[in-house]
Ligand binder design. Sequence first.
Ligand code: ARG
Length: 527
Amino acid sequence: MTPKQVADKICESIPSHQPLIASTSTAPNGFINIHLSSALMGEVIASVIRDGPEPPCMQKMKIVVDFSSPNIAKEMHVGHLRSTIIGDSVCRILEYCGHEVHRTNHVGDWGTQFGMLITYLLEAYPDILTNPPNISDLTAIYKASKKRFDEDEAFKETSRLNVVKLQGGDAECRKIWNLLCDISRLEFQKVYDLLDVRLEEVGESFYNPMIPGVIDVLEKRKLAYDEDGMLIIKLPHFTIPLIVRKSDGGYGYDSTDMAAVHHRLFEKKADWIIYITDAGQASHFYMVFDAAKACGWLKKDSPQRLDHIGFGVVCGEDGKRFKTRSSETVRLIDLLNEAKARMATSMGERVKEGKSDFTPQEIEDASGKIGYGAVKYFDLKQNPSTNYIFNYDRMLDTKGDTAVYLLFAYARVASILRKAQFDKGKNLEELYSRAIDLVQFKHPSERALAFEVMQFGDTIRRVLKDLLPNVLCQYLSNLCVVFTDFVTKCNVLNSEEVDSRLLLCETTRRVMFKCFELLGIEALDRI
Ligand code: ARG
């Protein structure tokens, strides 16, 4: 049988009185075209108008998303920006689908570097506890103490002793450690506030007391064993082992993550744990996952899932890791402020050209929302695993696949609806209540738009299956293109089909709004 004959046979088996399907046809290559009935499309439009776009149905889970997770006393860098943006969007989508989401900030607040920092601070500020200095510039402190640490053996030894004291709960060391954590927290919070991201801090120190117990389990299971004084776990497919206890008896990154995954599975009773870090850490997480599975920590026949989203490097124009001229890592806060400033400049120019009537205050508010939105979208639209080149001009371009372009499309829908109400005197609420009777599809562009709207639920499913927010960006971008095509070909306000077309506009607006929201971008009615 030819593909066409197979396709014809399949078509014959579709009952002709199907209410959802208007007609079917086949192509020579065996493709089957199914034309959805207008009644079905009308129902979808009416339901979006009534209830907003609905998330797909799925089994509700308890999910830990481990993201952002910068390190205390160090600057948050562009990598942490990616983790924060991707993680926030993943959380928003999971929350929208009704899951119980724990937005976990696994900050690096424990480890040998604190011995070094404490030793340095005690040396540089002997009365640090009674007269706490203003050490807002922690990066400088970190550098100065690292220099002392590398140059001076006695300093190194005192640092080692201070780590032991800190871990033993020594009051002085604890106080200094707390001071460092508080200063860092304030800095991190500034970035989270700008980006409108919510996180719950559960740092490495939280898991520290649990490590010995977990190591016990690992040893009893004969998974961890001694090699050259270290306690390690070797897993098939990996060339390097996990080190769960160092030869000096100390615990490191691997030990903490084994304790954390144990805690999340058994105490928090998470069904799904998602880690979001740079791709360089992928094998660390795959080893942790394999070790947890080898230990039988995942329930059999359960939907339990462990995932790592590994993202690529953010590069400068030279294709190398993104840095400032002085070749330091870029401060996140500067980067966000720059995006806002550039957006404010271009909005100011539009006012001068007579294209916008924004007041300076409105520019101040909107430029941040659009500027930060542009940074987020530029990041989210790439497949997370790829590297990308950070470029303000491309990010803030009003054309092409940018948040600015998409936000303009959104403002255009909003403006049509505003004009209908204020210039044409339409009672939109009344119109919306009669959606099912009024909506019709005469022009192919109307059908195309309705069809695009109908893809929303499936898109969300696909995003979650592979944990790829870029799929949602692609969808939003397509929706904007199809909408633009619709308003170019179909006059809305001065046509006979004005009511039906306004309903299509409102449906599109609501789906677009939801997409922006799930990407962590605020859609504005006017820009
Ligand atoms: N603090 C780490 C870093 O800056 C990221 C931590 C990720 N989470 C984890 N559970 N290891 O790279």
